[in-house]
Design a protein around this ligand. Structure first.
Ligand code: NAD
Ligand code: MG
Length: 381
């Protein structure tokens, strides 16, 4: 149970929804961080009065310091400033809502400081793997899932200590904007079409990851890490309505699911109130009004990114970090209009082939690999 939070990535989709939860539940906010959105973070500082705040952009951090000089908030700058906001405050839970591998050091800083981590930034757990898990164990810090599917699984596992008699985890996937399309039809899809998600309003990177279904691949790896299950015991099920957020199948073939309207404030709040539950501003689920819930097998041939991630987690070591970094770069280049939609899996595979195979690694190895994967992608443009 949390009383004070820090929100890393406070100006983003998850960050702003986390602050909405804090507002409604009355949490104190100890720290706020963002990339460069100075106007929004200034507003947030004035509303929540955190002890510390940081911007990655050092010039804007200097300007922010002047702007909020009339408050008690100490303004820090750069990646180190963000890590200090995670570790050096009296927050008992840190919400990591940064996008991408940039979330890795803040994740490690949070856990090393012995603080609970409410994790939206799946990339840090996917790439960091054992490094992140060991930091949590060594410092007795909990990792609480914010990703809706993983929050659902976490909820379905309550009452089953040590994942007793769990047969299978079933991750649901909306299928994204290109559900039902075949490879050939994806050749000329535009960035705007990829950004048009049917059910969720999210940041640009994860929205494109949902269109390629790389997001579900990341979530498969995230589930393996969070719940200590073998990858072959994690299934994926397309569920267009995003009402059933995921399921757990037990040894007796009983299947437990968690349902709710698609609103991230439910899993964010649960990560903060666990194991308790409180009233939420989110709408009630009206199943009768929905009438139908539909389920399909994923089209693995068209959405080959799921497979890329499955292979990476089976290999483990640095392989998940390699595909994660390659995807970050390919995703960005697609959003910049520099490559096509079908180039994304092609370039990820080609780059990942050039990655070193290593079982044991440090955070530095991951950042070195990140630079290598991005360079490998650019070589092939
Ligand atoms: P977003 O782009 O809306 O927000 C990202 C936040 O991180 C912003 O505050 C931005 O300023 C900050 N940021 C960006 N680059 C940074 C960097 N290099 N260093 C420090 N801060 C940086 O992203 P989002 O959609 O809120 O997603 C955040 C994370 O949550 C991602 O890992 C995503 O996969 C995960 N997630 C998001 C949703 C969702 O509904 N949006 C759902 C599940 C999981
Ligand atoms: Mg998700």
């Amino acid at each position: 149970m949390t009383s004070r939070i820090a929100v890393l990535g406070s100006t983003g989709s998850i960050g702003t929804q986390s602050l909405d939860v804090a507002r409604k539940c009355g949490y104190r906010v100890a720290a706020l961080t963002a990339g460069s959105n100075i106007d929004l973070i200034e507003k947030q500082i004035r509303e929540f009065r955190p002890k510390k705040a940081a911007l990655l952009d050092k010039e804007r951090a200097a300007e922010l310091k002047i702007r909020v000089a009339d408050t008690d908030t100490e303004v820090l700058a750069g990646a180190d400033g963000i890590c200090a906001c995670a570790a050096e405050t009296d927050a008992d839970t840190v919400i990591n809502a940064i996008v991408g591998l940039a979330g890795l050091n803040p994740t490690l800083a949070t856990l090393t400081a012995g603080k609970n981590l409410a994790l939206a930034n799946k990339e840090s757990l996917v790439a960091g793997g054992a490094l992140v898990k060991n930091a949590a164990k060594a410092h007795n810090a909990a990792i609480l899932p914010v990703d809706s599917e993983h929050s659902a699984i976490f909820q379905c596992l309550q009452g089953s200590p040590g994942n007793q008699a769990v047969k299978k985890i079933i991750l649901t996937a909306s299928g994204g904007p290109f559900f039902g399309k075949k490879r050939e039809e994806l050749r000329h899809v535009t960035v705007a079409e990829a950004l048009n998600h049917p059910n969720w309003s999210m940041g640009a990177k994860i929205t494109v990851d949902s269109a390629t279904m790389f997001n579900k691949g990341l979530e498969l790896i995230e589930a393996v890490r969070l719940f200590d299950v073998a990858p072959e015991h994690v299934d994926i099920l397309v569920h267009r309505e995003s009402i059933v957020h995921s399921l757990v199948e037990y040894a007796d073939n009983s299947v437990i699911a968690q349902l709710g309207v698609p609103d991230m404030r439910i899993p964010i709040q649960y990560a903060l109130t666990y194991p308790a539950r409180y009233a939420s501003p989110v709408a009630e689920l009206d199943l009768a009004a929905l009438c139908n819930l539909t389920f399909y097998k994923p089209d693995y041939e068209t959405f080959e990114c799921i497979h890329i991630c499955r292979e990476a987690v089976a290999e483990d070591g640095l392989a998940p970090a390699a595909v994660n970094s390659a995807n970050e770069e390919a995703n960005l280049l697609f959003r910049q209009g520099k490559i096509t939609f079908l180039d994304i899996p092609r370039l990820i595979r080609a780059a990942a082939d050039a990655a070193p195979h290593k079982k044991e690694f440090t955070a530095e190895d991951i950042f070195e690999l990140d630079a290598l994967m991005r360079a490998e992608i650019h070589k092939r443009l």
